[in-house]
Write a protein of this length. Structure first.
Length: 271
């Protein structure tokens, strides 16, 4: 079985570990490196897995998943310098760090060591993640297959070229936050219309779940599905007009452009 070391026991590291365990991966095949003792203890107790240092975690791992903030990547690379990494053993690194190119890893690793850049999202916690992977220059098909296999246990996986990863980050990496924000806004709207917060939440969450299921299962596009809800001169048309007047569509476009730029910026500078 593939042994996986997750470097960084934060939000996305936790989502990955939880999703993999839920999907049936054994606790003995997972190890986490987390620098903050309190957080390390929390992870170890919550999941019953070993939490250790970067070097110790990476030593026996087939897959080293780097799940730290972009500004902490260099620190992890320094710590990995203490480990005898071995690409012949099919060891490889998967970096989840937004914006950080594989070319930032490669010169600091043994010659030819494979690095895959990946962008997952938090719904992998419930097996419904969207993970996008992009190969670095030393990655072979077998490496991509291994990572695809691991991540497909926690949702969908697709492959793009690395120059698309900042756009991917803006769309699906950050994407869950946009939907949670829409839910918050609709719940607040429901409350302002006189519903209790509990009822408004139930209505909005189930509406989102049902709409997502339709998008997933139907042959029709989002535009067609929306048209089917929009009766002539009805309530939906009235609401959509106000949303468009208030720039909802262009707000999303501008927001995602800004997210893409921020991703690239985080990889370019070390802030
Ligand atoms: N949160 C999300 O939804 C997603 C995050 N990402 C990426 O994943 C990375 C981590 O994000 P989050 O989990 O949200 O951040 P976070 O701040 O919650 O977690 C990072 C963790 O790494 C630990 N860490 C940092 N340096 C370390 C080291 N040298 N050794 C051991 N542990 C170390 C920190 O103590 C912290 O617990 C970022 O690069 C982000 O761009 C990617 C996709 C989605
Ligand atoms: O907000 C961030 O920078 C990270 C990357 C994608 C989701 N969270």
């Amino acid at each position: 079985m593939t042994r996986i070391a997750v470097i960084g026991g934060g939000k996305i590291g936790e989502a990955l570990v939880a999703g993999l365990l839920e999907a049936g991966r054994a606790t003995k095949d997972l190890v986490v490196a987390e620098q903050f003792p309190a957080r390390a203890k929390e992870i170890a107790e919550q999941f019953g897995i070993r939490v250790t240092t970067v070097a110790d975690a990476a030593e026996g791992a087939d897959l080293i998943v780097v799940a730290v903030k972009p500004s902490d990547v260099d620190g992890v690379l320094t710590a990995l310098g203490e480990v005898e990494l071995d690409s012949d053993r099919e060891q490889l690194i998967v970096s989840l760090a937004a914006g950080v190119p594989t070319s930032r890893f490669e010169p600091k690793l043994p010659a030819g060591f494979p690095v895959i850049r990946a962008m997952p999202n938090t719904p992998m916690l419930v097996g419904e993640g969207m993970s996008v992977i992009a190969p670095g220059r030393y990655v072979k098909e077998a490496h991509l297959e291994l990572v695809r296999d691991v991540l497909s246990a926690v949702g969908k996986v697709t492959v793009v070229s690395e120059n698309q990863m900042d756009a991917v980050t803006a769309v699906s990496g950050s994407g869950p936050a946009y939907f949670f924000l829409v839910v918050e806004a609709m719940v607040d709207a429901g409350v302002s219309l006189g519903l209790t917060r509990r009822t408004a939440s139930e209505l909005v969450v189930q509406t989102m779940l049902g709409s997502a299921a339709m998008l997933d299962r139907s042959e029709e596009s989002a535009t067609e599905l929306r048209a089917a809800v929009t009766s002539p001169a009805g309530t939906t048309a009235a609401a959509v007009r106000v949303l468009e007047q208030n720039g909802l569509r262009s707000a999303f476009i501008e927001a995602l452009h800004t997210a893409k730029d921020r991703s690239a910026q985080q990889g370019a500078i070390n802030d």
